[in-house]
Design a protein around this ligand. Sequence first.
Ligand code: PRT
Ligand code: ZN
Length: 291
Amino acid sequence: MEQVTNSPKLKLAIQKSGRLHEDSIKLLKECGIDISNGVNKLKADASNFPLEVYFLRDDDIPQYVEDAVADIGFVGENVVYEKKKKVDVVEKLGFGKCRLSIAIRKNETYSEASFLSGKRIATSYPVIVEHFLKEKGVSAEIHEISGSVEIAPGIGLADAICDLVSSGSTLFMNGLKEVETILQSQAVLIRNQSLTADKQQLLNRLLFRIQSVKKAKNNKYILLNAPNDKLDQIIGLLPGMKSPTVLPLADKGWSSVHSVLNENDFWNIIEQLKAAGAQGILVVPIEKMIV
Ligand code: PRT
Ligand code: ZN
């Protein structure tokens, strides 16, 4: 049994403020973990899970996790790879999605990476860009700058940039176009490489919750009415967690069918269900999914 005193706490580092902060807190909440976000904004305790949360700059999180100041962290993959720290990437968290891309002036023509040969590339990700250029066998000059990378071509500082993109509007507004994606990124859970068995056990409990939340987000609960003579065909379209639930309706000749659908093939299956004679289709979000 877990003891109240002296039992270990898992130390989690998350971004103090910025794009990943709110989603990180939200994920913990969805995992049933409440954080008393008190006056002390450097650290907070979870009230109902042995977890201590540290609020840090995202750039510092891999180092803190490597040094075991924090046991685990939530941070963008882009930061993990750029910092090259000795940490394990354990789980993709499904938020903070973006891509790290090369962009050039919109009136120029790009066909392959050799376009960049001898050119100046401005970026906050010199390590990842250097790795990319090496892989492509291209030699170019990397200018490391820490912010507002997208203005570099306009002020004559660089011929190309490599920066994070999500909607693409920053590039567009600066007269640039995306020509190559180097990395698809999202927030991930990283782990110190020598966790004690106690802490690993706590991490396993947290991971189980995170995975249940993620599965629930990727799936929808579906209810529909089916004429009994079409039941076999309709059931054949539905995967369900084991198999669909089928209940008779008061109206003779009809049944109610309940199942779970994955978001990826969702619309496809709905269309086929309608075509097969399903009616009154209801789609409901799932809060947690334990399988
Ligand atoms: O203060 P701290 O150092 O912690 O924060 P920060 O300013 O370094 O990072 P922050 O909060 O901007 O981003 C944190 C993480 O969010 C990044 O490391 C990525 O993993 C992730 N993320 C997701 C993004 C974006 N999307 C994103 N669009 N980070 C930055 N951007 C920027 C991008 O740099 C560019 O300036 O948004 C602009 C492009 O956006 P679009 O929509 O115009 O394409
Ligand atoms: Zn940062």
